[in-house]
Each structure stands twice: as C-alpha cells, then as structure tokens.
Ligand binder design. Structure first.
Ligand code: 2IT
Length: 451
C-alpha cells in the first residue's frame, strides 16, 4: 500500500509489530487506514485523540477453552473466541465462525471489518466477532449440539441483548444458533434477543436467511445502474455454495441474470444452463445440509454441468464476479485471469475475498469493485432488525423486512459513492465505504471522550 500520511503509516507499523503473525488483521488495517488519508489530513484532532490507535485495538478480547466429548467418547478441546471490537455506536454485533483455520488474527480481521460494516448500515450496532477452530465437517448432529452447548457455557457471561449479540458466519447456521440459544436461555434464565439468525418459531426474522445474498445483489444492481446497466441477461460467476451463495443465486435468478458457477473446497461447478431453477437452488441447500462441504454432487445430479476438481472459478468469463466463499479467494493470479477475460464488475459477498494487491490491480485495470463491508452488510442489517423485533416483542412480515433491506442497500451504495465523490476520489466504492463507515464511528468516539 502506498501510504504518505505519517500518522497512518506509524499506526499501521505499530499494528504489525504489536500483533505478530496476524496477517489477515494486518491486511484489513492497511486496507482501511490507507484509504482514510484524505479524512485524516482534514482532521488533525484525530491524532491528538489517538483515535486510530484506539480504533485498531479491540475493546476486549475473550479467549476460552471449549471441551466436549465426541461420539466415540473421546474428549476434544477447541479454542473459543469473542472479540468485542468497538461499541462506540451500539452493542457489539457480529457473527461466530466455526472453521479449522480460525485463530485470533481471523477473528480480529472480521471484527475490525464488522465495525465499519455495521456503521454503514446506518443502524446502531457496534463491531464484534467470535468463533472457534472447531471443524463442523463430518460431525454428527449430537456432536454439533454438545460443542455448541459447551461453547455457550463460557460465552453466555460475556454477551446479552444490550451488550453483545452474536449471529452466524461460516460453519454456524440456524441449527447451531438454535443449540446456542437454548443453552444461553437455560443458563441465564432470560428470554432475550441475544443471538440473531434464530429460527422463526423462537424470535427469528423472516428473510434473515436470504438477507446477505439478496443484499449483495441489490448492491451489485446499484453498481451496474451507475454505469447505465442492469442485471437482466448478465452472466455471473459465483463462488461458494453456502448460505450467502444460495441467497445471491436466488436473487440473481429473480432479476434475470444467469449464474454460471458455484464452488466448494473440492473444486467448482460450471453449469452452462445456469444455476437457474428452483430445483438447483434447493440442491444447494441439500449440499450444505449434507455436512460434507463438497459441491461435486451437483454435476451428478445435473449432468449438463461440469465439475472442475481442485480449481477456482475465476478463470470463467462473465459480466459480474461475486465471491461468496471466504477471505483471500482472489489473489494476483485470479485477478489477472479476470482482467484477461475483460472483467468489468466485482461485487464482494464474502468478507475480504480479495487481497490488497489484487484489489489495487483490478481497480487499476478498470474493474469496478463493490467492497464486502458495504456489499454484504444486508445480513447484519437484518440482524439488527431482528434485535428490534425481539426488543419490541413483535413479529415483522417478510415484506416489511425485504423493503427495509432493499432501501438500506441502496443507501449504503449511495453513501459510499457520495463519500468518495466528496473527497475527490470519483466513483471509488472501496475508499468511499471505508470513509463513510469510519466517519460515524469516529464522530461517536470523539464525542465520548478517551475511552
Ligand atoms: O459477516 C457478517 O456480517 C456476518 N456474519 C453476519 C453478522 C450478524 O451479526 O448478522
């Protein structure tokens, strides 16, 4: 990153020195802070208040042991995390990720990103993230339940509807949220909206399951609209096959686009007919529910589709690219393949799917980039609506939720575009999202004194 501002440079250097080995956390701090140069230049009072030093240091980091017994009677021990990153604008809010590669650096990168994302929604939610290095792949339902109960047996004392409200992320869906909610309620003897993404029978919000994917597509639609284009008839390369991909595929189908690919850790699927029918959408849910974390069976079920083992889909030519799997799916090699194919639009659905180097390369080559903290904010926005539903002891209809979600995504797009324009950066949604997300958190932190 090419950073001129001495204050920003020194904060980035300190983050790298003080958080050794946490490369994903370094990556997001560099990405966000380097785009704040024009804002920091305009506000010298931020340096005096050590605003950036405070922003990059989580308010609280909780790490704990998660012991559980597997189906063979063996005792297993995992690491549990909750990083309460920033509560300047509301209670900590953000998902829980269960995946074997989870360590503190991943949770901190996600918590830092979440702070700006939540701010961008315009809703009163701070930033937090948690999870475990537990690998759900191949686990039985009973093992998942025992793990979730053990995880919550420590976490419950640190969270609450007005303190910190976790939700799902990779490896944590409605089933896991259900088990964790049950254990929380039992331990605390309080029925409150302490988790979001709950089932509809016990306080969940209609539309929350598809909210992230739908929101991403609304955001992509606004990006295309800026250039006088629409999604109708566009080809789209999608990665992943989980909750976010599923919602994205469904909304793309509704708006007349054609999804050419989905992917998993085992490779990618190319479907020349498009992942376009209800049967295909539903099969994505089946793949996820199988617990095997593979997408290959799609090509057996739909023989026109082809499975490419061990490969990612970024070399497939399309009008729009939507990564929905995990961080750093797109590095230089993938970015070069996309540019060689004349890529025009990249809308990030997974958190930080593009490396900083690839991001700079894509943008320098004319690819319009919708950054994840803006494009995928529809999920957490609906989580906040779920918090409101629970606090008001009421139930919202799907139509009420969808209408709000769509408007929130339009606002996020417009606010990011406006912030970029204001600082003379043209239509740069990456910088604009960072600036707009930062500004509200900064205003709140400045008003609240040195805390
Ligand atoms: O990355 C994310 O925004 C999420 N995993 C959802 C967080 C939430 O609290 O709904």
């Amino acid at each position: 990153m090419n950073v001129q501002n001495e204050y920003i440079k020194s904060v980035i250097e300190k983050v790298i020195a003080k958080n050794p080995g946490e490369v994903e956390f370094h990556q997001t701090v560099e990405e966000v802070l380097s785009s704040l140069e024009p804002v920091i230049a305009k506000h010298p009072e931020y340096e005096k208040a050590a605003l950036l030093e405070r922003l990059v240091e989580p308010e609280r980091v909780i790490m704990f042991r998660v012991p559980w017994v597997d189906d063979n009677g063996n005792v297993q021990v995992n690491k549990g995390y909750r990083v309460q990153f920033n509560s300047a604008i509301g209670p900590y809010k953000g998902g829980l990720r269960f995946a074997p590669n989870v360590y503190l650096g991943i949770i901190k990168f996600l918590g830092f990103e979440q702070t700006f994302k939540n701010s961008l929604t315009g809703l009163p939610i701070g930033g937090g993230k948690g999870g475990s290095d537990f690998d759900p792949t191949g686990k039985s339902d009973a093992e998942i339940m025992r793990f979730c109960q053990s995880f919550m047996t420590e976490l419950y004392r640190h969270i609450g509807a007005e303190t910190d409200v976790p939700a799902g992320d990779l490896g944590v869906g409605a089933r896991e949220i259900g088990y964790m909610f049950g254990q929380y309620k039992r331990l605390k003897n309080v029925y409150e909206g302490v988790l979001t993404g709950k089932g509809l029978a016990y306080g969940g919000l209609s539309g929350r399951t598809e909210a992230t994917g739908y929101g991403v597509v609304f955001f992509a639609r606004e990006m295309l609209k800026h250039f006088g284009e629409s999604l109708e008839g566009k080809t789209v390369v999608v990665s992943g096959f989980g909750n976010v991909s599923w919602g994205t595929v469904q909304k793309l189908n509704q708006l007349g686009a054609k999804v050419l690919t989905i992917s998993g850790p085992d490779g990618y699927i190319y479907d020349p007919d498009g992942v376009s029918t209800k049967e295909k959408e539903d099969f994505m849910l089946e793949l996820r529910a199988s617990g095997k974390n593979v997408c290959a069976p799609y090509a057996e079920k739909f023989p026109n589709a082809k499975f490419f083992p061990g490969e990612k889909p970024w070399g497939v030519k399309a009008d729009l690219y939507i990564p929905c799997a995990t961080q750093n799916e797109i590095g230089m090699k993938e970015a070069e393949a996309m540019v060689a194919n004349g890529a025009k639009f990249l809308c990030e659905a997974s958190n930080m799917p593009t490396t900083n180097e690839a991001m700079a390369y894509l943008m320098a080559n004319g690819v319009v980039l919708g950054p994840s903290k803006a494009a995928n904010a529809g999920g957490v926005a609906c989580s906040c609506i779920e918090m409101g539903q629970n606090a008001g002891h009421t139930v919202f209809s799907p139509d009420q939720v969808y209408a709000q979600l769509e408007q929130i995504m339009i606002n996020i797009h417009n606010n990011a575009a406006k912030a970029s324009e204001q600082y003379g950066l043209g239509y740069n949604l990456v910088a604009g999202a960072n600036i707009a997300g930062f500004q509200k958190v900064a205003d709140a932190m400045m008003a609240q004194g040195i805390v």
